[in-house]
Each structure stands twice: as structure tokens, then as C-alpha cells.
Design a protein around this ligand. Structure first.
Ligand code: LMR
Length: 350
């Protein structure tokens, strides 16, 4: 069932999976705590859960991290990747990580409010970044460093920011002006900024996990959605929509996070090696994300399944004006410190 304005709860089957994984996690932690030459045969297990397919930039970088981590530790670490919501869906994976059922996840910044306070939602503000470089400057500088600290009280640790790219809108009707969104049911991720964004143009925001979007669009439970071209193609969303507008109205990116108890208990040489593997996997991810999205957009256009429109400068100006109130509303839950720091870097919309 697709929910309106409410993040996905943890269903019973997922709770059972969390419990099972949690026990596996405990065993992995115990192996870590007892790290010594005598127990060297038992590799440290890192279960890495994510919700997109292996052929996205995130999926490929998870695989790169696995290869680097396993090779550089000489097999002392084993990384198991669970892609495409195979193990946990959006909200579930955050709970699973906190409970130690998995050790590593890479959720989008939009989904992090429940494990960091509201500040990560700043990245959802419409038209905040003029280009990819502006996003990278924010996360690679003091703003990113300050945000990563917000995980600490929740027992988590942020290791890296991974890119995806700019989002586009799709629906079963043309989307060229703000008025075109009126009364449409649009799927957004679990972020108050994204819910507010859709309300600002008269749409109904529907919050639910990525894994359910295809079926909800196909069955008419949802009218439209926003995402990056790679997520649209790899989830086959373009097959169940008639129109797509290249709006580049918001940015989708990720934080790679780990369970802090697990991470802090790692033997220091192992942790240092894993940090190096993560640095290299991050550089790889960020170097391919843009090209992956360009390729996916070309695939969407070539599919001939839907009409693709690129928003004109005039249309974008109209959208900006309609969405400006979202900045004011967001002051209700995003700290003034974070808003000021990002606005100073990018300038609020005019
Ligand atoms: C979404 O839920 O649409 C995205 O956050 C999925 C992802 O991880 O890219």
C-alpha cells in the first residue's frame, strides 16, 4: 500500500528479517571483538544493504568497495552486498543498521531525518544547486563535515557522500507549468521538504519505498514521481509513465553510513584499510554518476515509450517562483546554521 505523507513502517516480515540479520550481525561483531591471529580464519562480515540495482552508480561503487576491502585486507573482511531492496526497503534499512542487523548502508540524504535530525533535508530544497560542482563543494567542505557529526547521537557514523544527480519529474500527463501538478499523486522520498515541495504546486505527496513505485504507477495508485534518470530506467518507471520533464529541480545523493559500535570495534589497521577502500570507492562513484545519468536519459528518449520534454528557461522560472515558499517552511525544521551555510554557498532562489 502506498502511504500519503508517512514513511513506510517496518512490517512483520521485515521485523523477522531484521532479527535474523541482527543475530548474524552480533556474530560478526563478536568475531571482530575477538580479532587475533587465532581467529583469523573467520572474516569480519560487512553486510551492505541498498535499494537500487547493481548497475547504478551506487550499485557499482558498492561492488568496488567490496572488491577493494576484501583484496586489501587479504580476505580478513568479507563484504556481502544486498541490492535493490532485497533485504530491506527504505526505512527498514535505517532501522536494521541501528540495530546492528546490517553494518553498512547508503541511503539518500532525503531519508536521513530519523537518524540525524532534520538538517539533511536541506539538500532537497528545490533548485538549491546550480550544478554538480556546487553540490560537491557543499558536501566536501565544512557543511558536509558538520552534517556527518549529526549521526553520532544515533549510534551511526557517516563515511562518505556519494553522488547520484539531478532529478526529473514524470507523470501520466505533460508537466510544463506548476498548474499541471494540481491534484496529481506524486511519489516522493520520506522528506518533509519534498512533501512541502509537492504541496506548493497543488499536488498530493505520497511517501513510500522505491521498491513499490513501479507497481503503484502501473496500477494508477500514483500519477507520477521524481527521480534521477538512472533510478527511473533501472526501476523501469519510464515504462509506466506517458510524460517526463527534464526539470533538474533537485539533487539526489547519498551518505554511506555504518553502525558506530561495529566500526569502532574494528581493529585499527583493518579500519584504516577500509577507510582507504571507501575513499577509492567514493572517488569512483562520484566519477561515474553523471555519465550514468546521461546514458539513462538517452535510454529513456530512445525507448519511445514516453514523451520527453526539456523544461524551458521560462518554465523553470515559473517553477522556481512557485517553489520559493518551500524555503521559508523548511526553516521550521532545518537549523538556521545549516540553511545559512548552504544559502551562502549557493544563494537562495531569486
Ligand atoms: C529513492 O527512494 O527514490 C532513492 O532514494 C533511491 C536511491 O537510493 O537512489
Amino acid at each position: 500500500m502506498y502511504l500519503t505523507r508517512h514513511p513506510d513502517p517496518v512490517p512483520r516480515s521485515a521485523a523477522r528479517r531484521i532479527l535474523t540479520r541482527w543475530m548474524a550481525g552480533l556474530i560478526a561483531m563478536a568475531a571482530t571483538a575477538a580479532w587475533c591471529p587465532a581467529s583469523a580464519q573467520a572474516p569480519i562480515l560487512i553486510q551492505f544493504s541498498h535499494v537500487v540495482t547493481p548497475d547504478t552508480a551506487k550499485g557499482k561503487a558498492a561492488q568496488r568497495f567490496k572488491e577493494l576491502a576484501e583484496a586489501r585486507t587479504g580476505g580478513k573482511v568479507r563484504v556481502e552486498i544486498y541490492p535493490n531492496s532485497q533485504l530491506y526497503k527504505d526505512r527498514e534499512e535505517l532501522d536494521a543498521l541501528r540495530q546492528g542487523a546490517v553494518q553498512m548502508i547508503a541511503p539518500s540524504l532525503s531519508k536521513l531525518a530519523s537518524v540525524s535530525g532534520g538538517d539533511f533535508e536541506v539538500f532537497d530544497l528545490p533548485f538549491l544547486f546550480k550544478d554538480r560542482a556546487a553540490f560537491r563543494a557543499a558536501v566536501d567542505g565544512p557543511v558536509g563535515a558538520a552534517l556527518m557529526k549529526k549521526f553520532e547521537p544515533y549510534g551511526l557514523k557517516g563515511l562518505a557522500f556519494w553522488d547520484n544527480g539531478f532529478k526529473v519529474f514524470s507523470a501520466n500527463r505533460p508537466l510544463q507549468s506548476a498548474a499541471d501538478f494540481k491534484t496529481l499523486k506524486i511519489r516522493v522520498q520520506a522528506s518533509r521538504v519534498l512533501v512541502t515541495q509537492m504541496k506548493a504546486v497543488g499536488a498530493h505527496a505520497s511517501v513510500g519505498p522505491l521498491a513499490s513505485v513501479y507497481e503503484a504507477l502501473r496500477s494508477g495508485q500514483l500519477d507520477g514521481q521524481e527521480n534521477t534518470p538512472t533510478n527511473i530506467v533501472t526501476q523501469r518507471l519510464h515504462e509506466v509513465q506517458s510524460h517526463l520533464t527534464v526539470s533538474n529541480h533537485g539533487y539526489l545523493a547519498y551518505a554511506v553510513i555504518v553502525n558506530a559500535i561495529f566500526w569502532d570495534k574494528l581493529p585499527s589497521p583493518i579500519r584504516t584499510t577500509l577507510e582507504g577502500a571507501m575513499r577509492d570507492a567514493t572517488a569512483y562513484e562520484n566519477s561515474i554518476a553523471e555519465a550514468e545519468n546521461n546514458k539513462a536519459l538517452a535510454t529513456i528518449k530512445a525507448s519511445g515509450r514516453l514523451t520527453v520534454h526539456t523544461a524551458t528557461p521560462y518554465e523553470l522560472e515559473q517553477w522556481r517562483a512557485a517553489l520559493t515558499p518551500v524555503y521559508k517552511d523548511a526553516q521550521g525544521w532545518i537549523s538556521a546554521e545549516t540553511l545559512t551555510a548552504l544559502n551562502a554557498m549557493n544563494g537562495p532562489p531569486t
